[in-house]
Design a protein around this ligand. Structure first.
Ligand code: 4AD
Ligand code: MG
Length: 464
């Protein structure tokens, strides 16, 4: 057996019958009778299994007994045309190596369907299910498509820091990073924590966004993007919030808000198109199992023009609707996902890019409009998800930016480096952030964000 090279199941299923092959993987099911056993083997390369046909008389009974769901085996044999339905080829086993047993009494992933809640409690094993295999392969494909998209457009992948001393969104939802002894915290003369004794000599946190550093990159390299983990200590226990999530943040010099919207729409459509072109096996499975409208929803997003709508117009539509919202709407409130989804799913029936929000509900860096009340922010709102992208044109004027920072009482000492971009060679520029897991919610049709990331971090949960 060891003379043969292993072929992945994905390749075997496309292969022509009539040759000796070696497959390795985990047993999904074993069925059959005294004389013959049929093993469905999966190695993660595809949602599909390869069928192994075992003539029981040729193998040790003890070995066959140990080949149970979850066990890991290697099988060599002849790849032959399959007479059974559902597969074109199968392997007639000649030799079987048992790498690892999986005790049927304790292996939790037996054949029967499991709830998503149960699978979350065994996140270390759930990649072995069809559903999570599909989701994780799509997650990989989307990450690849993102780098490919920006590479083709000449954007530079900029690595922004994960540990930072600035709060980009100004929401105070940061996880602190410290090496101080929490049982014996050094204090200053005034009784405050003495961060000068901390590892970095100042107070630091995990980043909520790479944008501010991304802007520095754009003001030198022209067009950059980040793609990394971000952290938010917001106590939001919802199907759309994680405490650790991945974000893609392009930032472009010389783009105004309209250019920004055009890029965001093209970007997200191209990612969905990529999934339709490259992940169809997995999408079909998810479509059949969870969400019968998944594929048609993906196709419709690719083929439709997103609506452009100002916040003020959006509020008017919501106020005029007869819908009973949990949170009432009026000009000035931050929209909830119920409002966003009403506009997208019921009113327009397609994605919406909403712009020109009240400045008081948006971050300090957004470009201020002439009216003195609104800023040139934009959110892309999606069916089933609500906000999938948040972005804006940035305030390029030194004076206006400084005034806003002062108005909000933000400590400008820690932002001098950022303000320097406006001091030296400022330029109009824009950018946005796409929540990677929100994108995956949309593309996979999963309904909980904890099910599109391998190891979710949410309030009171940091297993593994
Ligand atoms: O709207 P947000 O907070 O915008 C920013 O962070 C900007 N600095 C982005 C930029 O302009 N460069 O977050 C952007 C996106 C949201 O639209 C959402 O998709 C996602 O990040 N997001 C989350 N995803 C999962 N869990 C959370 N707790 C999230 N918070 C935001
Ligand atoms: Mg936002």
């Amino acid at each position: 057996m060891e003379k043969l090279n292993r072929t992945k199941v994905k390749e075997l299923l496309k292969d022509k019958p009539g040759k000796e092959v070696l497959a390795k993987g985990w047993v999904r099911t074993k069925r059959g009778n005294k004389n013959v056993a049929f093993i469905a083997l999966n190695d993660g390369s595809t949602i599909n299994n390869i069928q192994i046909v075992v003539d029981s008389s040729k193998f040790d009974e003890e070995l066959l007994k140990k080949i149970t769901t979850g066990a890991c085996i290697g099988v060599s044999g002849n790849l032959t045309e399959s007479l059974g339905s559902g597969q074109s080829v199968e392997i007639q086993a000649k030799e079987i190596i048992l790498y690892g047993e999986a005790d049927p009494n304790s292996y939790p992933l037996q054949k029967k369907g499991h709830t998503m809640e149960f699978l979350r409690s065994i996140a270390h094993l759930r990649p072995r299910t069809n559903t999570f295999g599909a989701v994780l392969r799509i997650r990989h494909a989307m990450a690849y498509a993102i780098h490919d998209y920006f590479n083709r457009k000449g954007f530079v992948y900029l690595h922004t820091p994960i540990i930072t001393a600035s709060d980009c969104e100004g929401a105070g939802e940061m996880f602190q990073v410290t090496t101080l002894d929490l049982n014996n915290i050094p204090k200053t003369g005034e009784g405050k924590i003495d961060f000068s004794q901390d590892f970095f000599g100042k107070q630091t946190s995990l980043t909520v966004s790479g944008q501010l550093e991304g802007e520095l990159g754009a003001m030198a390299l022209g067009e950059i993007y980040t793609f990394g983990p971000t952290f938010r200590a917001e106590n939001s226990n919802t199907p759309r919030h994680l405490a650790e999530f991945w974000m893609i943040e392009p930032e472009m010099a010389f783009y105004d808000i309209n250019d920004n919207m055009v890029l965001a729409e093209d970007f997200i459509k191209s990612l969905v198109r990529y999934a339709l072109e490259h992940c169809m096996d997995d999408l079909k499975f998810l479509n059949d199992m969870f969400d019968k409208e998944l594929i048609s929803r993906l196709e419709s997003v690719v083929n439709t023009e997103f609506v452009r709508l100002t916040y003020t117009e959006g509020i008017k539509i919501l106020e005029a609707s007869c819908e009973k919202f949990e949170y009432p709407v009026s000009w000035g409130v931050d929209l909830q996902s119920e409002h966003e989804r009403y506009l997208v799913e019921k009113h327009f029936g397609k994605p919406v890019i909403m712009t020109d929000y009240p400045k008081d509900i948006k971050a300090f860096y957004m470009k201020q409009n002439e009216d003195g009340k609104t800023v040139r922010g934009m959110d892309v709102l999606f069916p089933k998800i609500g906000e999938i992208i948040g972005g804006s044109e940035r305030e390029a004027s030194l004076e206006k930016l400084e005034n806003r920072i002062n108005e909000l009482g933000m400590g400008r000492e820690s932002l001098e480096w950022y303000i320097d971009t406006r001091r030296f060679g400022t330029a109009p520029h824009s950018g946005f952030g796409l929540g990677f897991e929100r994108l995956l919610l949309f593309v996979t049709g999963m309904s909980n964000i904890r099910d599109v990331i391998p190891f979710p971090r949410t309030p009171k949960n940091a297993e593994y």
